[in-house]
Design a protein around this ligand. Structure first.
Ligand code: SF4
Length: 135
């Protein structure tokens, strides 16, 4: 079954994080269409008003462009704490790539959690950022 996809506007894509080794968590999408049975992130449904099963919906976030990314220099950003930033829909919407473009040159430290080799598409951007990759 095709997921229900909405595009939503958010004030910011960066959220202060208490996760170990992470100053901010960054999730370009709400939901995750991989729908892993063991998913630890399905609790997100409670906070986003979705009644659909986990994996059956996806909100595509649009945020104001991150200006002056150097404000985050040396900060640890964890991309994909409650979604996979390289879902198949990323090929269409490109929100993770947009995020990396906006962070370019800012000196942030990145962790990316993904199970998709679509991440390879963005190596041109990633190689210029400080990165830890979790697969
Ligand atoms: S890829 Fe990660 S966030 Fe997505 S459903 Fe699987 S465990 Fe959950």
């Amino acid at each position: 079954m095709e997921p229900i996809i909405r595009e939503i506007d958010v004030k910011s894509v960066l959220t202060k994080s208490n996760l170990p080794g992470s100053d901010y968590s960054v999730n370009p999408y709400v939901g995750c269409t991989h729908a892993c049975r063991y998913c630890y992130a399905s609790f997100m449904k409670r906070f986003t008003g979705h009644s659909e099963p986990w994996g059956a919906f996806l909100d595509v976030k649009h945020w104001p462009e991150i200006r002056r990314p150097e404000r985050y220099a040396g900060k640890e950003l964890f991309i994909g704490s409650v979604t996979d930033p390289y879902l198949p829909q990323e090929e269409t919407f490109g929100r993770t790539r947009a995020l990396l473009e906006q962070l370019k040159g800012g000196g942030v430290r990145l962790s990316i959690a993904t199970k998709s080799d679509l991440v390879l598409r963005d190596l041109d951007l990633i190689k210029n950022l400080m990165l830890r990759l979790s697969l």
